[in-house]
Design a protein around this ligand. Structure first.
Ligand code: GLN
Length: 307
């Protein structure tokens, strides 16, 4: 019997109403076709369902942050990473220049300043190229296929990455990392330029939801306690300033990116992803948020819903 899930996903996508604008501060993203739309679910047994333009690839952007955080935790241990980067919501925009006044740490690894410091913790003694390759390989293990960088997006973002450079210099000034800030921004920008489609993202989300084991390749990518730490941070910080709204309306650990992707990871059950490039004021995909609201209601996905 054919599964009803693809038709259901199609219906949810068609019911979403677009609004907002594509990100324009990265020139290459401003050129993206704003009408692209796709969704995918990956179940715990590795079955993947998709709907819409599932072949369309786009840059992962900030959705890379939880996975690089996972790599940094795996390599350095939770304690050592916590000494450098906090786990509190910042209450500020994703690119704000803020450090915790008491500890001088970035508030969390999901805002840019924290993600830049996190990138520096992957192969901290390696070269910029080695670190970028370790990140590419690590995220590929989460996806179960070899991911590649979109050079056009990388060149476009790095040529206008003035703000991220200032954030890197700010963290460097308080000994947040030891490397050259320009190299860290270069690597971080490559990390954000990795090309994915919604099925990749659904598998990556399910790997976090599956205690760190990729449900398709069966490879253990990170320890179970690392996956749990990442999901915890996504619960409080994954959707930027709208994380409170998201947790009440949708109720699952999630992450968005300015490329228009959104992922959600429901522990033990499902990894979900939606792609639609137009963003709301805080930088979350407008149709992506609506689709997840439907998934949550229709499938009873809210973490805090009583059984
Ligand atoms: N590469 C983007 C940046 O650093 C990622 C931001 C995002 O997706 N919110 O600005």
């Amino acid at each position: 019997m054919r599964s009803p899930i693809p038709a259901y996903l199609e219906e949810v996508l068609n019911d979403t109403v677009d609004g907002g604008e594509v990100a324009s501060y990265i020139p290459e993203l401003a050129r993206a076709n704003p009408d692209r739309l796709s969704a995918a679910l990956c179940m715990a047994d590795g079955t993947i369902y998709g709907a819409g333009e599932v072949e369309t690839r786009f840059s992962i952007q900030s959705i890379s942050k939880p996975f690089v955080y996972a790599l940094a935790l795996q390599e350095n241990g939770v304690q050592a990473v916590m000494e450098r980067i906090g786990v509190e919501p910042s209450g500020e925009t994703f690119n704000s220049a803020s450090l915790d006044p008491k500890t001088q740490r970035p508030d969390n690894p999901m805002v840019n300043i924290g993600a830049i410091a996190t990138h520096a913790l992957v192969m901290p003694d390696g070269t910029c190229a080695e670190r970028s390759e370790a990140v590419r390989r690590g995220l590929s293990a989460f996806a179960g296929r070899q991911l590649q960088i979109d050079q056009a997006v990388y060149s476009s973002e790095i040529s206008t990455a003035f703000r991220n450079h200032s954030l890197a210099y700010l963290v460097r000034s308080v000994d947040g990392f030891e490397q050259d800030p320009r190299e860290i921004v270069e690597g971080y920008t490559r990390q954000c330029s990795l090309l994915v489609d919604v099925r990749d993202l659904a598998v990556m989300a399910m790997t976090l939801a599956n205690s760190g084991v990729n449900p398709v390749t069966k490879e253990r990518v990170v320890h179970a306690d690392v996956a749990q730490q990442v999901l915890s941070v996504l619960t409080t910080c994954g959707m930027y300033d709208a994380t409170g709204d998201w947790m009440t309306q949708v109720g699952i650990p999630a992450k968005s990116g300015v490329g228009g992707g959104v992922i959600g990871a429901l522990p033990g059950q499902v990894g979900a992803a939606v792609f639609s490039p137009r963003l709301d004021d805080v930088g979350n995909s407008v149709r992506g948020v609506q689709a997840f609201e439907r998934f949550s209601k229709d499938m009873g996905m809210h973490l805090l819903k009583a059984p």
